[in-house]
Design a protein. Structure first.
Length: 461
């Protein structure tokens, strides 16, 4: 870290940051009721990242904070300390005015949109504790936020890319790292800011969401294809247009929400992803028609009957694409979709990927009322990963019938629900290699199964 950057970090680390007026008003109401367990508390705080940073700083004792939940942090510091944090500090609207206020609100909107996209991607991939991802995305750019709040001219100079202030425009990530360390922000924030580890999938996901926001609305589709599908490990075989629409919908809904919290004149904005509409859904790409030569005079022809095109059920297509994606993207050998029979009595294999015609797995059929693990699985939306570490614990659900069909291999499975109704389950393993599965593969498997369920819900209306 350069001397100039160290000076900026020290200067900003103990500054009195302004509080967004609406946050101060709503927090005052919650404090008056002494309602610190209300879910509204986290929602209000989430709209003021620097206020969240102050709460985390008071709750955590180590530079890489263990406490990642803002509700838990507020509860740990107690009502007196929390009230002091929430009520000390000038109001934003009284501190910054004109272009400086607009630029700071823009920075806040950008941070919130990055947080919402981070949480959305975490849910899509089946990660637990999505709020941890939300606050990591929210606090990723604390250096930029702090600079806009205290030194708006320096922030605007850095944003313009000027090589002033000791090259601050190129060191904002390092400034965020310095403040994250000083303020004891949650561990995932530190890991996301440290770009030397590309194997940390949680950190990569946070950085990906920030990239999508930075790309701008015009480039969102291209960036989603390149970064979301490849880096976030969501296979293009699931349907590029679906993935784009899924991410785009999140951005649109979040933007509309932000119009209420950070009202700005659209004409004053330079940051395209958070323009206040109108919005259009991305349309499928079509190949341009080849140029044709001048038409010859038309001749009367007997019309040929059009040959019927084979129709593929859209539901079947979604499932087939999902199975292929699970096999190709995750390196799993055998993937099965087992649907629930019409009489609702059996879970029966319907579509297979990587399963030979003579494989016992073709006999995949289990009673819903039976003792098998699969019967338990389809009772509610849930996932399971069976491996050497938990096989003994699950032994009473792994009966001989399952061993005869599956063999004794590590596997993962997920129930598939469409609008609260079970439609079947997805099964995958690495047989016949016999290799084990890891947590990363299991996490991605859950995400792809969740994505398949959402696609099925849209397909069936």
């Amino acid at each position: 870290m350069t001397t100039a950057l160290q000076n900026w970090t020290a200067r900003l680390s103990d500054a009195r940051f302004p509080i967004l007026g609406r946050c101060a008003e709503e927090l005052a109401g919650l404090l008056q009721k002494e309602d610190f367990k209300n879910k509204r508390l986290a929602d209000v705080l989430s709209h003021d990242p620097l206020l969240c940073a102050r709460v985390f700083r008071a709750a955590n004792r180590e530079p890489e904070g263990i406490i990642a939940s803002i509700e838990q942090a507020a509860g740990l510091i107690g009502p007196t300390a929390f009230q002091s944090i929430a009520t000390t500090g000038p109001l934003l609207e009284e501190t910054l005015r004109g272009a400086a206020l607009g630029a700071y609100l823009q920075s806040l909107r950008r941070a919130y949109l990055a947080a919402a996209l981070t949480r959305h991607l975490a849910k899509a991939q089946g990660y637990s504790h999505p709020q941890e991802f939300f606050f990591a995305g929210l606090l990723y750019s604390v250096g930029d936020l702090a600079l806009h709040a205290i030194e708006p001219k320096a922030a605007q100079t850095a944003a313009a890319g000027a090589r002033a202030l000791g090259g601050l425009d190129r060191q904002l990530p390092a400034l965020s790292q310095g403040l994250a360390n000083t303020w004891h922000l949650p561990e995932l924030v530190h890991r996301a800011l440290d770009e030397t580890d590309d194997d940390d999938r949680k950190a990569v996901l946070v950085r990906l969401a920030v990239k999508l926001v930075d790309a701008g609305s015009r480039d969102l589709h291209a960036k989603a294809q390149e970064d979301l599908i490849e880096e976030a490990a969501i296979s293009g075989e699931l349907g590029v247009q679906f993935v784009l629409r899924d991410v785009y919908r999140c951005a649109v809904e979040t933007t509309r929400h932000l119009l209420d919290w950070y009202p700005l004149d659209r004409r004053a904005l330079t940051y395209t992803p958070i323009y206040p509409g109108p919005y259009e859904w991305p349309q499928p790409r079509t190949q341009p028609r080849p140029a044709t030569a001048a038409r010859a005079p038309a001749r009367a022809q007997t019309p040929r009957p059009a040959s019927p095109k084979p129709k593929t059920s859209s539901v079947r297509q979604v499932v087939e694409e999902s199975l292929a994606a699970i096999q190709a993207k995750l390196g799993l050998k055998r993937v099965v979709f087992a649907g629930i029979s019409r009489d609702r009595q059996f879970i029966r294999g319907q579509l297979f990927c990587g399963v030979g015609p003579d494989s016992p797995l073709r006999r995949f059929q289990f009673e819903r009322a039976g003792p098998s693990l699969f019967a338990q699985l389809v009772e509610k939306p849930q996932h399971v990963w069976v491996h050497a570490g938990n096989r003994e614990k699950l032994a009473r659900f792994l009966n001989q019938e399952m061993h005869d069909v599956l063999g004794r291999v590590d596997f993962c499975a997920s129930s598939v629900f469409v609008r609260s109704r079970p439609v079947g389950l997805c099964y995958a393993d690495a047989h016949p290699d016999g290799q084990g599965l890891d947590e990363g593969t299991y996490s991605q498997f859950k995400g792809l199964c969740n994505l398949m369920a959402r696609r099925l819900a849209e397909t069936t209306g």
